[in-house]
Design a protein around this ligand. Sequence first.
Ligand SMILES: *Cc1c(COP(=O)(O)O)cnc(C)c1O
Length: 369
Amino acid sequence: MKIKTNQEKKVKRLFTPGPVQIPEIIQVALNKPLINHQTVEFSQLLMETEELLKDIFQTKNDIIMVPSSGTGAMEACITNFFSPGDEVIVLDMGEFSARWGLIAQMFGLEVHWLNAPVGIALDPAQLIKMLKSKPNVKGVLFVAAETSTGVQNPVKLLAELTKKHSNALVLVDAISTLAISELKTDDWGLDVVIASSQKGLMLPPGLSFLSVSHRAWVIALKTKMSRYYFDLIRLRESLKRGEVPYTFPSNLVLGCNVSCKFILEYTYKNWLTKYRHMTEIVHGFGQTLGLERLVKVGYSQGITVFKVPYKTTASKIKDMLEKEHDIIISTGIGMLKENVIRVAYIGDLTYIDLNHLFYSLSLVLKKLK
Ligand SMILES: *Cc1c(COP(=O)(O)O)cnc(C)c1O
């Protein structure tokens, strides 16, 4: 017999904030023969998928797909909704939120930084103060959840304050939030929301999504910035006809179609509730093992960041979990690299998987003590 068990095949479980464990029904769709992107079949798939995504984004706005990882969608925001010299406010609370500002500066925008201490959400009073002192601000850019620390921003409140004190566009990187915790694009008045295939939508990396409000489109028509591949206006014109302006990862669109249906059939509300329960369970397990969470209040769902205990390092814990238990977690990024471990439980993972993870983690921690 040549058939191997998962154990022998060394099948690994992903507890990482992207890529994530892909449900079998989506994997089957991804493995289907490729569809050419210039066919009626693809055209119909594209349009249907956009409609499904609207339900996930909770919006009536256009959804634009771009063939890139999430960072490409961030860059598209900068080049489509702003002109060189425009002033923007960036809420910097870690690696991913800072990325907004770095891209903006690269394209000649004037960035006003608002910094929050590591592991703590920004004090909204700071935003009000900044909006009042910078009347020309054209955009406020922030993350819904900062994936490097596990902080969840009060997105609704930040958007409300921005609208109340300025005419600036609200741009939200919801890459680690969409289909993981609550995000209401229209109800909360979010102009641009971005997401990416390899997180909450449980797909391979390579496709990103932007929801764009009418107000943002009006501005995009007037901005002066060079752009070609990420020209959202050209993309919108094509997508409206069910076409794409260049080769598209059609299998990812197919996977996305199935993913949306899978989540919506489960019902979106129950889907998010599942992640909330898992978050509580992970917190409980962490406590049992004596692991301290980096974020005490205002934490994200689907990803939990723990401080590394004793004198060991995040890399040692990560490597041993992989070598001895076939479990993949993440270390910190940037300054936090060796000081925290990041455990994500997004995608096709069950409560049993969480048990397995924490049992393995307890063995690893005992060895490293
Ligand atoms: C993962 C992530 C990104 C980066 O996306 P890529 O797909 O790696 O380019 C950006 N922002 C947040 C909040 C993320 O979690």
